[in-house]
Design a protein around this ligand. Structure first.
Ligand code: CP3
Length: 341
């Protein structure tokens, strides 16, 4: 098989220069994305229309020399596939009809994969469309992060609704997590079989949890997904991104078994050297606002990040998603600097 530098890095091979992709690289900072978006009735239809989703996934690779394409979809297609009502309001983000302890049993895991068939079709077409040396990244949201939206009905800064639900209704919460783990395993296996080289677990809300809750809501479900996927796709390459895990980060890496660890931008650059195994691949971790501001500070931070991780396998990335106001020239400058020094 053709050498894919980003995939090889996930599997533990350090490259001379770090390969790069950008979290949320397909999206609103690109005018061509905004144009394609108007061709779908709503955001979920954009995710489920393969022609449009393939187009949007390819757009950032036409502009920049990125080492990977990421499947265009969203973490909330899983609740949608389970039969929960999900909609995306302009300017408001996602809104869901919240699940309650009594309504968990009404979710329909048996139909989820059929509902997601168009996304798998997008994966197949993308692998055929991108150059052989580019890595194709699939993904899903991790169960806790998806559950915070399913229970709270929208994004929140403290995830209080989901944290309280887990404490007040432990059995219903466990049942919900079981459904999300099983559905995520099926979905990721299907993505890998359709041609994804690597899958990433987005645990965007790994903060605000005490160590007991972190162990049960974050580590255990992610560990079960990694084990469940690998039972069906041996050695499946998996990146874990537990945003905000801070003091729990090293434990997460050790106990989940992910191949590579995504670091958010608040993780100090000397953290990996002090607390992570020397061979563990890491991904990250530029503050997206540095990319908005651009200029010298951007160049200096990019160099510092590359330097800090120069002895281990490293995939350059932002420490969270790119924001819509990012100037396109700054992205071009970043990619150039990472690739050429
Ligand atoms: O990375 C990519 O380019 C692939 C596509 C992708 C999207 N969402 C498209 C999207 C991926 C990987 C995601 C992941 C996602 N979705 C996460 C985890 C990563 C993170 O940023 O923490 C989360 C928490 C979501 C849930 C979600 N979807 C929110 C909170 C929002 C609204 C706010 C926002 O970030 O735009 C979305 C909508 C969404 N998902 C958009 C895109 C391009 C914008 C929709 C639009 O065009 O109006």
């Amino acid at each position: 098989m053709t050498h894919r530098p980003l995939l090889a890095t996930v599997l533990g091979e350090r490259q001379e220069r770090p390969p790069i992709w950008i979290m949320r690289q397909a999206g609103r900072y690109l005018p061509e994305y905004r144009e394609t978006r108007t061709r779908a009735k709503n955001f979920l239809e954009l995710c489920y229309t393969s022609d449009l989703a393939v187009e949007v996934s390819l757009q950032p690779l036409r502009r920049f020399d990125l080492d990977a394409a990421i499947l265009f979809s969203d973490i909330l297609v899983i609740p949608d596939a389970l039969g929960q009502k999900v909609r995306f309001e302009q300017g408001e983000g996602p809104i869901l009809d919240p699940v309650a302890a009594e309504t968990i049993t009404a979710l329909k895991p048996e139909r989820a994969l059929d509902h997601l068939a168009p996304v798998l079709e997008t994966v197949r077409r993308l692998r055929a469309a991108i150059a052989p040396e580019k890595t194709l990244i699939g993904f899903c949201g991790s169960p806790w992060t998806v559950a915070t939206y399913m229970i709270g009905g929208r994004g929140s800064t403290d995830q209080a609704a989901a944290r309280l639900f887990a404490l007040r209704h432990p059995d219903a919460f466990a049942a919900l997590m079981d459904i999300l783990v099983a559905t995520s395993v099926d979905y990721l296996v299907a993505q890998l079989q359709a041609g994804a080289d690597v899958v990433q677990l987005f645990e965007s809300w790994a903060l605000n949890l005490d160590d007991t809750a972190f162990a049960s809501h974050v580590i255990e479900p992610n560990r079960r997904i990694v084990a469940g996927v690998r039972a069906r796709v041996p050695n499946a390459p998996i990146i874990g991104f537990p945003r905000g895990a801070a003091g729990n980060l090293a434990r997460y890496a050790e106990l989940t078994g992910v191949n590579a660890l995504g670091l958010d931008y608040a993780t100090p650059l000397d953290f990996a050297g002090k607390h992570l195994p020397a061979t563990l691949p890491v991904q990250g971790n530029l503050d997206p606002l540095r990319l908005v501001a651009g200029g010298d500070q951007l160049d200096r931070r990019v160099d510092a990040i590359i330097d800090a991780f120069s002895t281990r396998p490293h995939i350059f990335n932002l420490g969270h998603g790119i924001v819509p106001e990012t100037p396109i020239e700054h992205v071009a400058r970043l990619v150039d600097r990472v690739k050429k020094g």
